[in-house]
Design a binder for this molecule. Structure first.
Ligand code: AMP
Length: 421
């Protein structure tokens, strides 16, 4: 099956080719025909499933017909990073058409955004706060809107955007197509979906369960040894892009500093940074200037970096949803990925919740050649039935080369613990 089945405009098909998508992902298979047919869609899909193209392609198709230079599609996203990512995809996939888009978010000046609106755009991709500002100042007319997309609706509600969304809805025509994407469907999201969707078609892809291309494992460790465990783990991993999650901004910053001292090419991504600094971190990670990005959950929303080989949860996430979101950053678009979670005694309840929700035990592992100082990982977190604990195989260790003389050189890491070992 390929994209020609959707009978999209040849200019759009050419763009799909140029971004090297050959086969539609399952959400694209399911959602694109429904959206093209004009249905409202409730998409239960997490990041990494290809949901952005699933809504952008039919929107672009629709916009190739009809008037230009008026806002006909609005895509709401919780973070500027996600808005930027969607914007970039709209440029890539719409490159052969005359369709224009703009990304609207706070933390940067308004002028460029207002100028783009004044020149005329068909697609607005926006975070709710700045969108309301610009609407209030009269820079935007949404009365011709044909399609509304709410992306990562659950995250928008988590971030307190629900009242803003309701306010935005008042500016939109009632007759429109609405596409609603969320990885989870708690009660408040269900209510919101019910109130704004008309007779929707539901498409559901792998909700909750991590992508099959991700293998994930738990590394029980005493709290005080986390940093050493991380250092040791990094020295044992083969080169690749590693995304590390911490619970707080402060820890993300501190850990990045520590790793930089050990000559890792590392950047932090956390909420206290300016938009400019964040972009530097994300772009540096994407372009290979940094091998490691240390992020908090909120800051990491929407980073679209392909080929993340490993996600390491230095701190246990607060919710099962955050766990699946985090580990979904690796193993994207059919690539293999590994996600490792450090678990301290206090994390016991969270581990149980994750296993209950996933319906399967998470494998316990121990890092070979690491001095746990008398701590016995298996006793702290006994392996649940259904998955055998297996120690990591011992490998000859190679010292990481430092990179001071050649800042662009990657530290040498050896891969020691793949799930197939
Ligand atoms: P998303 O879930 O929209 O964040 O997409 C996840 C990643 O998959 C992005 O890097 C997309 O560029 C990529 N992607 C989306 N659709 C396809 C496809 N049909 N084939 C290959 N990669 C894709």
């Amino acid at each position: 099956m390929d994209f020609t089945q959707f009978s999209l405009d040849p200019r759009i098909n050419a763009a799909i080719k140029s971004v090297n998508y050959t086969t539609p992902t399952p959400i694209q298979q399911q959602a694109i025909p429904q959206i093209l047919a004009g249905h409202d869609v409730l998409g239960l899909a997490q990041t990494g499933t290809g949901k952005t193209a699933a809504f952008l392609l039919p929107i672009l198709q629709q916009l190739t017909k009809g008037p230009l230079r008026q806002v006909r599609a609005l895509i709401l996203a919780p973070t500027r990073e996600l808005a930027e990512q969607i914007y970039q995809s709209s440029i890539d996939l719409g490159r052969n058409t005359k369709i224009r888009s703009v990304a609207i978010y706070g933390g940067v000046g308004k002028k460029a955004q207002v100028d783009a609106l004044q020149r005329g755009v068909e697609i607005v991709i926006a975070c709710p706060g700045r969108l309301l500002d610009l609407l209030g100042e009269g820079h935007m007319d949404l009365s011709h809107l044909e399609v509304l997309v709410l992306d990562e609706a659950d995250r928008m509600c988590d971030m307190g955007f629900l009242p803003d969304i309701r306010r935005i809805l008042k500016h939109l025509p009632v007759r429109r197509q609405t596409l609603f994407f969320s990885a989870t469907m708690p009660e408040d999201i269900r209510k919101l979906a019910d109130s704004i969707l008309r007779d929707p078609v539901t498409v559901q892809i792998g909700i909750i369960a991590p992508a099959k291309t991700v293998s994930h494992a738990l590394f029980p460790v005493p709290d005080g040894l986390k940093k050493q465990l991380l250092m040791n783990m990094l020295s044992q991993l083969s080169a690749g892009r590693i995304l590390i999650f911490t619970r707080t901004k402060h820890r993300a910053r501190g850990l990045a500093r520590d790793l930089a001292k050990h000559n890792y090419r590392v950047a932090a991504l956390q909420g206290n940074m300016s938009q400019n600094q964040r972009e530097k971190s994300i772009n540096g990670f994407r372009d290979g200037k940094y091998d490691i990005l240390i992020a908090t959950d909120i800051a990491a929303r929407g980073i679209d970096v392909a080929e993340i080989s490993h996600v390491i949860n230095f701190d246990m996430p607060d919710t099962v949803d955050a766990y699946t979101h985090r580990i979904g950053r690796t193993g994207r678009a059919h690539q293999e990925g590994e996600a490792f979670t450090f678990a301290v005694a206090d994390d016991y309840d969270m581990v149980s919740k994750i296993e209950k929700t996933l319906g399967t035990p998470v494998e316990r592992r121990r890092l070979p050649d690491f001095d746990y100082g008398g701590f016995v990982p298996e006793s702290q977190f006994p392996q649940r039935r259904g998955n055998q604990s297996r120690p990591l195989p011992a490998h000859p260790r190679q010292k990481r080369k430092t990179t001071q003389a050649h800042p662009q050189a990657r530290p040498q890491r050896r891969k020691q613990f793949s799930s197939s070992n």
